[in-house]
Design a binder for this molecule. Structure first.
Ligand SMILES: [Zn+2]
Length: 421
């Protein structure tokens, strides 16, 4: 008899069933069912929907039963943009920023990303693993079942590869699914600064050595570039993406975060899996994105934590038909939150997304951006039984009660990986 589990007591079951990705008005189609149930077989969803129908299917299978106690059940949350592996917090910069120092001013004084680079290079493998593992378990405790994780604090051949290998180890050592991305082109490393062609020389290293090594060991699925003044140009990114594509790594971009640099257009040109941030896109960029298959991953935790008045134009992007997703951008400098419910809350109040849109943006559309929408992101027959159970009375209360974790249980492939019920 296959291992079968019947989950009842879903006061509201958000299935997110239907097509992917969701655009425009369809982003708020979340497939909510009152008094729902889920039948899980061998880690996959056999049925999800109204309790009476699912219970009938369960009866013939002698399923184990679990009553979730009248809670709200959603697909496991998918965090499609994180910088998971880092060595230390940057709380001192947080205080400097409150006192008035700007993001770029801090970076020029040796703080910012480069301070995380120094800390990561000095940290042992054991330290990095323990910290990342603790954060993955906190993510699971907030309902997250799949996490994209970028390198980018190594900025050197051995250290970038070391981070990718750590991600591989973590993927096998704990239950949260990890999607690895090589972000060697995060900023120009200190060793290459002050040389006239330093940035191009580092791009050479990425193209000639790092990407081939990562591809050979199958350590990364995606290749990301930070397209920004002081980081990498559109032309340099184009070169990196051509090399990545040839090796089977799909592009992702950090673009239009602090000013408009043309990264969004490049994302459309190279058919990137995602383009992230987008605080400074213009109307023509939005039209191009709306016509494309590129996921626009918005990271409201970043503007919130940096105390910026400007947020990405989520409302316009959704209404224009672009594929909008949400993520935490969990990192020690600009967005030290690993809570997707918190990201949803900021998206609702600061970017005027509705709670339904925000939830679809960090489940089905986030899964789409990671090329996993056929397997995760909704509760439909055949998909992985990844679920988050919230101790609220309806899904809108997930972003509404901000600053409190309401996730009571999290399941990955049918197994409880967090349980506070
Ligand atoms: Zn980022």
């Amino acid at each position: 008899m296959p291992d079968t589990l019947l989950l009842t007591g879903c006061k509201q079951l958000v299935t997110m069933a239907g097509f992917a990705p969701r655009r425009g008005r369809n982003l708020s189609e979340i497939g909510a069912v009152n008094d729902g149930a889920v039948l899980v077989q061998e880690g996959r969803i056999h049925a999800a929907g109204p309790r009476a129908r699912v219970e009938k299917l369960a009866a013939a299978r002698r399923a184990r039963k679990m009553d979730l106690g009248g809670r709200v059940v959603t697909p496991g949350l998918v965090d499609a943009h994180t910088h998971l592996v880092f060595a230390a917090s940057r709380a001192a910069e947080y205080e400097q920023r409150i006192a008035g120092a700007g993001y770029e001013q801090i970076a020029k004084a040796g703080g910012g990303i480069l301070s995380s680079v120094r800390a990561l290079r000095a940290a042992s493998e054991g330290q990095l693993l323990a910290a990342a593992r603790a954060n993955l378990s906190r993510m699971a405790a907030h309902g997250t079942t799949t996490v994209e994780a970028k390198t980018g604090y190594g900025l050197e051949f051995d250290h970038e590869l070391r981070t990718l290998r750590l991600l591989k180890m973590l993927a096998g050592a704990q239950p949260v699914e990890i999607v690895p991305t090589l972000l060697a082109a995060h900023v120009v490393p200190p060793e290459y600064r002050g040389r006239p062609d330093g940035a191009d020389e580092f791009v050479d290293l990425i193209v000639r050595l790092l990407l081939p090594a990562a591809a050979l060991e199958r350590l990364a699925e995606f290749c990301d570039v930070f397209v920004e003044r002081g980081a990498f140009s559109v032309a340099q990114a184009r070169r990196i993406f051509a090399a990545a594509r040839a090796l089977g790594l799909a592009p992702r971009l950090h673009a239009e975060q602090l000013r408009r640099t043309g990264g969004a257009r490049l994302a459309v040109e190279v058919e990137a899996a995602s383009v992230d941030h987008l605080d400074f896109v213009n109307a023509a960029d939005m039209r191009a994105l709306a016509r494309s298959e590129v996921a626009c991953i918005l990271l409201p935790g970043c503007s919130f934590h940096l105390g910026l008045a400007r947020y990405a134009p989520a409302r316009k992007l959704v209404d224009s038909g672009a594929i909008v997703a949400l993520a935490t951008d969990f990192n020690p400098g600009s967005s030290p939150t690993l809570s997707l419910p918190m990201a949803m809350s900021i998206a609702c109040t600061q970017m005027r997304m509705t709670p339904a849109e925000a939830l679809a943006a960090c489940t089905i559309n986030a899964a789409y951006s990671l090329r996993r929408h056929h397997r995760i992101g909704s509760l439909e027959p055949g998909k992985d039984a990844d679920l988050a159970v919230f101790d609220v009375s309806e899904f809108r209360e997930i972003p509404y009660y901000f600053g409190v974790n309401h996730c009571a249980m999290t399941f990955k492939r049918g197994r409880a990986i967090h349980d506070q019920s």
